[in-house]
Design a binder for this molecule. Structure first.
Ligand code: CDP
Ligand code: CDP
Length: 226
C-alpha cells in the first residue's frame, strides 16, 4: 500500500483551487473535498428557509439537524442535503452574495470543520477552502496557498458564465474583491496563508501547469514521509 498524505489548498475566489484540486486528486487517486460547497449548500438552504445570517442560533439549530454529504461525481462533486442533490443551486449569484456572511458564524464553522476533519481521517484527501491549512487540517503534509490577481480571477469567472447572466466583468471583480475582504477580515479562521504553506501565484499559469507543479511537489513529500 502506498503512503497516503493529506493535501490542503487554500486561497481566494477564482484562484483555481477547485479545478486543480479535483485534477490532482484524480491523478493521485485521492478523494477531493470541496469545503466551499458545504458553506454554499448551507447558505442556499437558509435563504430558502428565510433564516438570515444574523440569526446565528437558528442557523446552528438547523445545521445540527441537517445531513450534509459530498459524493464524488464525473465532473467534480455532488452536494447532498438531507438526501437531496443541491449541486445545481449552490453557485447562484444569490448564494455568492451572502455565503461569506454565513461563513462568519463561529458555531457553523465549528460544525462544518468537524465534518471536514472526519472526511480526512483516512488520509488520501485533497481538500480546498479558506482555512484548511490553518484550522481544518493543520497537520496536512502538503499545504498550498493559491493566488492570482483579482483581475485574472474575475476574468476566469467571467469566462465560465453563461453569457445570458446579467453580470459584467467589473461587477464580478467587485463581487470577488468584496468576498476576499470579508473572508480575510473575519475573526474566526480568516483566509490566511498557513506559515508552512507554499504560495503559488497562478496568474500566468495554465491549469495543467499548476496541476503538474502540485502533483510533483506531493510526490516529493510522499517520498520524504515514507
Ligand atoms: O468557488 P469560490 O472560490 O468562489 O468559493 P468557494 O470556495 O465555493 O467558497 C464560497 C465561500 O465560502 C467563500 O467566499 C467563504 O466565505 C466560504 N468558505 C469558508 O469560509 N471556508 C472554507 N473552508 C470554504 C469556503
Ligand atoms: O476554486 P476556485 O474558486 O479557486 O477557482 P476555480 O473555480 O477552480 O477556477 C475558476 C476558473 O478559472 C475555472 O473556470 C478554471 O477553469 C479557470 N482556471 C484557469 O483558467 N487557469 C488556472 N490556472 C486555473 C483555473
Amino acid at each position: 500500500e502506498q503512503y497516503r498524505i493529506n493535501i490542503a489548498i487554500d486561497g481566494p475566489a477564482g484562484a483555481g483551487k477547485s479545478t486543480v484540486a479535483r485534477k490532482v486528486a484524480s491523478r493521485l487517486q485521492y478523494i477531493y473535498v470541496d469545503t466551499g460547497a458545504m458553506y454554499r449548500a448551507v447558505t442556499w438552504f437558509m435563504q430558502k428557509e428565510g433564516i438570515s445570517a444574523e440569526n446565528a442560533v437558528k442557523v446552528l439549530q438547523m445545521v445540527q439537524n441537517m445531513v450534509i454529504e459530498l459524493k464524488p461525481h464525473e465532473n467534480g462533486q455532488m452536494v447532498m442535503l438531507n438526501g437531496e442533490d443541491v449541486t445545481p443551486y449552490i453557485r447562484s449569484l444569490q448564494v455568492n452574495a451572502e455565503v461569506s456572511r454565513y461563513a462568519q458564524i463561529e458555531d457553523l464553522r465549528t460544525h462544518l470543520v468537524h465534518l471536514q476533519r472526519q472526511m480526512a481521517m483516512t488520509k488520501g484527501v485533497v481538500m480546498d477552502g479558506r482555512d484548511i491549512g490553518t484550522t481544518v487540517l493543520p497537520d496536512a503534509e502538503v499545504k498550498i496557498f493559491m493566488t492570482a490577481s483579482v483581475r485574472e480571477r474575475a476574468l476566469r469567472r467571467f469566462n465560465e458564465l453563461d453569457k445570458a447572466e446579467p453580470i459584467t466583468l467589473e461587477q464580478l471583480e467587485a463581487d470577488i474583491a468584496r468576498r476576499d475582504k470579508l473572508d480575510e477580515e473575519r475573526e474566526v479562521s480568516p483566509l490566511k496563508k498557513a506559515e508552512d504553506a507554499v504560495t503559488l501565484d497562478t496568474t500566468n499559469m495554465s491549469i495543467d501547469e499548476v496541476v503538474e507543479y502540485i502533483t510533483a511537489y506531493c510526490i516529493v513529500q510522499m517520498d520524504g514521509e515514507k
